[in-house]
Design a protein around this ligand. Structure first.
Ligand SMILES: C[S@@+](CC[C@H](N)C(=O)[O-])C[C@H]1O[C@@H](n2cnc3c(N)ncnc32)[C@H](O)[C@@H]1O
Length: 370
């Protein structure tokens, strides 16, 4: 190893040790001396931020973040600095790292609006294929599952209690106009039907799924309208709803964000929106970040998002016959997103006839508020 390289390695090791001991002045000195804040030691992949997180050294974590240390780096076992803080019971540092993650995600969304999908966050871990590729693939209904041709699960029966919980919060009473994006196995749609909606619109793109819907008689059910096509292509013809559910496949969070920009046009004031929350289900810290990102982004549209904890019970046997798992946690954070009742619209709702013209950008909404 060259002398220069050895000196750099020494600096990085010193930064790791100083971070672990919460020695802020030494951390600052080493950063000025060009120690690498993103360095991860080679055996376990521990970074200075992970080391500082365990000891609850908030100022050091702050210094590292301010100097560009990534909040979401993973060690060799797949744990991030937030996980280290969580396991060590350092809740203030967990919050600090989650806040840094939220800021970073919101910032990236602004900077790189047009170029994130290739490496963006999946809207759920079901995703493995490109959305357009999925549409051209065959799908197959088999016992308790909807699989694509690679045996990846598009939808699974174990989600039934979750879908029923979604339907319950979406329909607090009967006679509502409801919209569901993505039929899959129709579990949410069957659950919504139990709440006796006035109208029930289902947008679905896949020909195999549409065929199954017809075979099962969904096209003949009273009050049900099937809108074939990608939601992206049919939004302008949908009208307004009291309750909206979104659960697609092969899409990214950026797609969901685009869908959210339609909500001010299609969700009535006082109405409820929810979605399958498969955002980063394998890491509680990342999921916390994404839930907050959703909360902040929906707030710009006058929609208050809360997350209700639901216990879920999935065993290894539930995944039999499936190429890969898409959910790991025993807790599901069910989104309950309510559109505010604006003062001027309290007396009347938009009515089915009102047509959307274009999605709203969060900046449009902000401008209107000022
Ligand atoms: C995960 S499944 C939905 C499961 C459903 N919530 C249930 O309870 O059975 C996703 C569905 O969304 C459909 N889909 C995927 N992308 C879509 C898009 N862009 N527009 C409309 N439907 C889409 C898929 O064909 C699939 O039927």
């Amino acid at each position: 190893m060259s002398i220069a390289k050895k000196a750099k390695v020494d600096l990085n090791n010193e930064l790791l040790a100083a971070s672990q001991h919460g020695n802020l002045s030494e951390v600052k000195r080493l950063i000025t001396a060009k120690a690498d804040v993103a360095h991860q030691e080679k055996d376990h992949g521990v970074s200075p931020m992970m080391a500082a997180a365990v000891g609850g050294h908030k100022e050091v974590v702050h210094e590292l973040l301010c100097n560009g240390a990534p909040w979401n780096a993973l060690d060799r076992k797949g744990y991030c600095a937030g996980d280290y803080a969580l396991r060590a019971g350092q809740s203030a540092v967990v919050d600090q790292i989650v806040n840094a993650g939220v800021s970073a995600e919101l910032l990236f969304a602004q900077i790189d609006k047009n170029n994130r999908k290739a490496q963006g966050i999946a809207s759920s871990d079901r995703v493995k294929v490109d959305s357009k590729e999925y549409i051209n693939r065959n799908v197959r209904y088999t016992s308790g599952k909807l699989l694509d041709q690679s045996q990846d699960a598009v939808m699974m029966e174990w989600e039934t209690p979750l879908m029923e919980a979604h339907a319950k919060i979406l329909c607090p009473k009967e006679n509502l106009d409801v919209l569901n994006i993505g039929f899959g196995m129709g579990i949410i749609d069957s659950a919504l039907q139990k709440h006796k909606p006035k109208s029930h619109t289902i947008v679905e793109v896949h020909r195999g799924v549409l065929k199954k819907m017809r075979e099962d008689g969904w096209d003949k059910k009273k009050g049900v309208t099937i809108v074939p096509g990608r939601w992206q292509d049919v939004m302008h013809e949908l009208g307004q709803f009291d309750a909206i559910f979104f659960d697609t496949y092969g899409e990214y969070y950026d797609d969901m964000r685009e869908f959210h920009s339609w909500l001010p046009r299609i969700l009535r004031p006082g109405g409820t929106y929810s979605f399958f929350n498969g955002l980063c289900p394998d890491n509680i810290v990342f999921q916390g970040v994404m839930c907050q990102v959703v909360q902040i982004e929906l707030a710009k549209f006058g929609i208050d998002a809360q997350f209700a904890e639901c216990d879920i019970n999935i065993g290894e046997k539930d995944w039999q016959g499936v190429n890969r798992k898409y959910f790991w946690s025993n807790t599901y954070y069910l989104p309950i997103c309510k559109r505010e009742v604006a003062k001027e619209s309290k007396s009347g709702t938009g009515g089915q006839g009102s047509r959307s013209i274009a999605p709203t950008s969060s900046t449009d909404t902000e401008e209107k508020k000022t």
